[in-house]
Ligand binder design. Structure first.
Ligand code: PLP
Length: 535
């Protein structure tokens, strides 16, 4: 493809993209193709001779679009959003143009430096404590990963490394002078005692990270009675249990906005328990460093809400010890007591997938665990220690130029535009929940609307209706709503047996009329299901 052909192809493609967005509301949200549909439409092998762009382009509409579920549709109320915006798409275009595997600063200084700058901008927009800024007092900073799953795995890797360094240095005087192999042997033996903890409603990625790292993982129960969130009492019981079994907890995965219900772990009571646990360990003879459990806060979705200052107190509404207001600072300041935080701009802050932003209070924890040294990386800038080499902050080596799309989005919408969008999503959530609340004969709200997510089920018809009858009705309503094709929502099961429906109103294109349309569909379908039940 030469310059002129590219110009023509790109212009036509942009027109097509604009048309696609303009017609999204008219398309059925979910693809209806059968599994394997695409193999039947494509040749068995790549073409031997190159094909004209026009032919390739026409296949996008004819063969690919039918297999697309339209996440950008205003009628997409499922999972969490995954918004795309024009400035973000332009960021991807430029990023693809400057294609580089920019693992070192010198591989493209702008790629590294823009990332540092925009993550500091984001930390400020979210109201994170200064410790999470690259210029902050504890030498922290942020890094862009592809997904929250990578972020939690990276932080757990760093946490295990930090813990093992501290524990082995404390328990084996002269550890640092041992041969590399002897150090490895002691490290491997001690690793077998490590256990990562995570809230019972934390995302599955925390458990998966432990699995991949070959470490134990224990869930801290977060039942309905506790609002589906981890509490200090539940954490205390789990800590006691794992310590009684001779295990060493080194990592705690907490959540700001769980996947099912957007619950927020009870940080004031968690801090109180962690402080008491650390003090008890120190009193028993451990060093403060070896008694420090790394706390990661996963705000993959709801973290975006922090751009609106009025949402910040929800993270930690009160100090952990009311008599000592400095015990756990309220709001996002509680992150000072923790070690790392991540949120996905690609979930709710107008940057298209992938863009998961992970912040750490002390970047040396990452570099100590993940720093890779090989002669082929060497250059004067890295050796001089004056630059950031993000390869040492992440699992892969090469990296994409993702900061460009963040920069374009932040500059196009500004902090004000981002706050307006978040507040609109939240108020649309309230609008939807209010519509359901006006029909208590049909629906029962379980949680929300919280961060634009409403979780509900069909109302039991009598006070003693068996749970499985209500759950069957709820599942039937969910199925019929989705098969109607006009909107798409997610069904879930809470506490292992309560069928529920999740409706998220955070899509960029979603307006009040779409939310009203969705609540009307629910009312119509629920009435129809009740009629069916009576006949
Ligand atoms: N954490 C939470 C709270 C989530 O809800 C999700 C996905 O929905 C994830 C982590 C995983 O996100 P990712 O796809 O970026 O790995």
């Amino acid at each position: 493809m030469d310059d002129n052909q590219f110009r023509e192809a790109a212009t036509a493609s942009i027109e097509e993209i604009i048309k696609y967005y303009a017609t999204l509301g008219e398309r059925p949200v979910v693809s209806t193709v059968e599994p394997g549909y695409l193999r039947k439409l494509l040749p068995d092998a790549a073409p031997e001779k190159g094909e004209a762009w026009d032919l390739i382009r026409s296949d996008v509409e004819d063969k690919i679009v039918p297999g697309i579920t339209h996440w950008q549709s205003p009628n997409f109320f499922a999972f969490f959003p995954c918004p795309a915006t024009y400035p973000s798409i332009l960021g991807e275009l430029y990023s693809a143009t400057f294609a580089a595997a920019a693992f070192n600063w010198i591989c493209s200084p702008a790629i590294t430096e823009l990332e540092t700058v925009v993550l500091d901008w984001l930390a400020q927009l979210l109201g994170l404590p200064d410790e999470y800024l690259s210029t902050g007092p504890t030498f922290g900073g942020g890094v862009i990963h592809g997904t929250a799953s990578e972020a939690v795995m990276t932080m757990m890797t760093a946490a295990a490394d930090k813990y093992l360094r501290a524990a082995l240095a404390a328990d084996h005087p002269g550890f640092a002078t041992l041969s590399e192999e002897d150090q490895e042997d002691l490290r491997a033996a001690r690793r077998s005692k490590l256990v990562a903890l995570g809230g019972g409603t934390a995302h599955s990625s925390a458990k998966k990270a432990a699995q991949v790292l070959g470490l134990r993982y224990r869930s801290v129960p977060a039942p309905a009675a506790d609002g589906y969130r981890m509490t200090g009492a539940s954490l205390r019981a789990t800590l006691d249990k794992v310590r009684a079994a001779g295990l060493e907890p080194f990592f705690l995965g907490t959540t700001f906005g769980t996947t099912d219900t957007c619950a927020i772990d009870d940080f004031p009571s968690i801090v109180k328990v962690l402080d008491a646990d650390r003090d008890a360990q120190v009193a028993a003879g451990r060093t403060a460093e070896a008694a420090d459990i790394w706390v990661h806060v996963d705000g993959a979705y709801a973290g975006s809400a922090l751009v609106a200052p009025e949402q910040r107190t929800s993270m930690c509404p009160s100090p952990s010890n009311p008599e000592d207001p400095s015990s756990a600072p309220v709001g996002t300041a509680v992150l000072r007591r923790f070690h790392s935080f991540n949120m996905n701009m690609h979930k709710w802050l107008l940057v298209n997938f992938d863009c998961s932003c992970a912040f750490v209070r002390d970047r040396s924890w990452l570099v100590n665990a993940l720093g890779a040294d090989a002669h082929y990386y060497r250059n004067d800038y890295s050796d001089g220690g004056l630059v950031t080499d993000y390869r040492d902050w992440q699992l892969p080596l090469g990296r994409r130029f993702r900061s460009l799309k963040m920069w374009f989005v932040m500059r196009t919408y500004g902090g004000e535009g981002l706050r307006t969008y978040i507040r609109r999503s939240i108020s649309l959530g309230d609008r939807f929940a209010d519509a359901l609340k006006s029909r208590p004969d049909l629906f029962e709200i379980i949680t929300g609307s919280r961060f634009a997510l409403t979780v509900f089920r069909c109302a039991p018809l009598t006070a003693d209706e068996p749970l499985d009858v209500t759950s069957a009705r709820t599942r039937r309503v969910c199925e019929l709503v989705n098969s109607g094709g006009k909107i798409w929502v997610t069904g879930t099961t809470l506490d292992g047996n309560v069928a529920a429906i999740r409706v998220m109103t955070g899509n960029f294109s979603t307006q009040a009329e779409h939310v009203d349309g969705a609540s009307k569909i629910f009312v119509d379908v629920a009435e129809q299901v009740l009629k069916e039940e009576k006949t």
